[in-house]
Design a protein around this ligand. Structure first.
Ligand SMILES: [Fe+2]
Ligand SMILES: [Fe+2]
Length: 213
């Protein structure tokens, strides 16, 4: 533990590119239009690295099995591969790939992390599916760990209930097969870029639909 504290974690790789240089304000109250142009220019570059940073984070799941038969990255690849091979569209496949990306930071609420990352880029239905998949997945094992496997019933009647139940039944819960031939992560990278290239909804979208950066 003491050794860990001596070496702080390395920052994520970033471009650190500032095409117009850096703003000079000391507080937002004294920032100028020119300052904000500099921030917007740098954020434009930073935003282009978004998918790479998501991939870096997804890769943190590699090698961590947490007692499961396969590691968390292989489970993610297998879930996405099964959805892809079943003919689901790219947005759905990307949701399948990232659905457990929050395992590292959200030990007690992992679906919220994936849902937050995907929210600007996916439909309301897919967002709801990712955000609630943990409770729906519970149907398949919560009775073994002292929880109520039928907790998903609180959502019965919701428009995305069956959609989410199907995700867990067809793609998430069977994706622990060590013999399954999953597609490599590289195969999903173009899909990630297509789905996450432009936000559909965000507080940073202007009325024109264009992102502020
Ligand atoms: Fe999950
Ligand atoms: Fe999962």
């Amino acid at each position: 533990m003491a050794d860990d504290l001596k070496s702080p974690p390395k920052p994520l790789d970033a471009t650190h590119e500032e095409p117009m240089g850096r703003a000079t304000f000391t507080a937002f109250t004294n920032a100028t239009e020119e300052d904000w142009q500099k921030v917007i220019a740098a954020n434009g570059v930073f935003a282009k690295g978004h998918v790479d940073r998501v991939l870096t984070h997804l890769n943190l799941l590699k090698g961590d099995c947490g007692g499961f038969p396969i590691d968390r990255l292989e489970h993610s690849l297998q879930t996405a591969t099964r959805a892809h091979r079943a003919g689901m569209d790219e947005e759905y496949v990307v949701c399948a790939l990232l659905h457990d990306i929050g395992d590292t930071l959200g030990v007690f609420n992992h679906p919220d992390i994936a849902a937050a990352i995907l929210k600007p880029f996916v439909s309301g239905q897919n967002f709801w599916m990712v955000a609630n998949h943990g409770i729906f997945q519970g149907y398949y094992f919560w009775h073994h760990i002292g929880l109520d496997r039928n907790a998903r019933e609180q959502f019965r009647g919701h428009p995305a209930f069956e959609y989410t139940a199907q995700f867990c039944h067809l793609y998430d819960q069977p994706a622990f097969d060590g013999a399954y031939d999953s597609m490599p992560l590289e195969a999903f990278v173009p899909m990630l870029h297509r789905v996450m290239g432009r936000p559909k909804q965000s507080m940073y979208l202007k009325k024109s639909g264009e992102a502020a950066w």
